[in-house]
Design a protein around this ligand. Sequence first.
Ligand SMILES: Nc1ncnc2c1ncn2[C@@H]1O[C@H](COP(=O)(O)OP(=O)(O)OP(=O)(O)O)[C@@H](O)[C@H]1O
Ligand SMILES: [Mg+2]
Length: 284
Amino acid sequence: MSSLEESFAKYDLAFKGKIRNVYNFDSDRLLIVTTDRISAFDFVFNDLIDNKGILLTKMAKFWFTKTKHIIANHIDNTDNQKLPTTFADRCMLVKKTKVLPIEAIVRGHLDGSAWESYNKTKKVNGLEIGGQYQKFDKLESPIFTPSTKAEVGKKDMNISVVEMKNLVGNDLTSKIIDISFSLYKFAYEYAKERGIIIADTKFEFGIDKDDNLVLIDEIFTPDCSRFWLYDKKTQEIKYESFDKQFFRNYLINNNWDNNQINIPDDIKRVLISKYQLAYDLITS
Ligand SMILES: Nc1ncnc2c1ncn2[C@@H]1O[C@H](COP(=O)(O)OP(=O)(O)OP(=O)(O)O)[C@@H](O)[C@H]1O
Ligand SMILES: [Mg+2]
């Protein structure tokens, strides 16, 4: 057991996500502890990225506070003083919710799997995309491209909005789409003003015990979003990843064979400095 896990041994471990250890705090609340683990292509590495969990926690908390006028989120600070002090900067005390089995992905620019799909078929998640776009281009308006939220060990699958309706119903689907666009547009402008472009991002939602829709998990972090640098003076975007894509690229360029590796120190250093810079710019 790591010293991080030892510190929380008195809590009942509800489940271990790829990145977070989630404990039952009491009947209504979870204690989410964000570790320094890194995952890519749904594979979790044993090697850690020092400080990553702290940065992710700070960034998610920052955005949850900034966006609470748009939607209620899971943060519950009422008993923060009862948390272990040693790892408090990795902790989030949250409302326990029933997690909806979809990931709400919003894209303002075309990159990643959406670009590949558009480039081949002019469609993304079954949605026809008009216009003539190149890779990285800003879309005329953001698009909503949901995926399933797969169980541990399985891959998330892109789905259409119709398939999402079959999973969570019409009402929740339209609410989630509206809220996701509002969150994305708000954060896009906020971050752009400070030198970061949020090219795309992912949200998760849950239903609380009073049946309210609640924004959960993490938001607008470099683990769940694609960040690029933006120079306000020249109005130029540098399409270099300030997020997890940097690590994915390292794996691709080194013909990673789906096994555990020791992540080289310089890769760790560059990765965490990118996460740090994104945090510094956004919260400046
Ligand atoms: N308020 C909440 N109520 C219930 N479950 C939550 C809440 N907030 C987050 N979760 C769940 O806790 C888990 C967090 O763990 P982690 O971020 O490591 O997830 P993961 O889904 O395994 O990995 P990844 O984010 O890389 O897909 C997720 O399954 C998330 O859905
Ligand atoms: Mg997650």
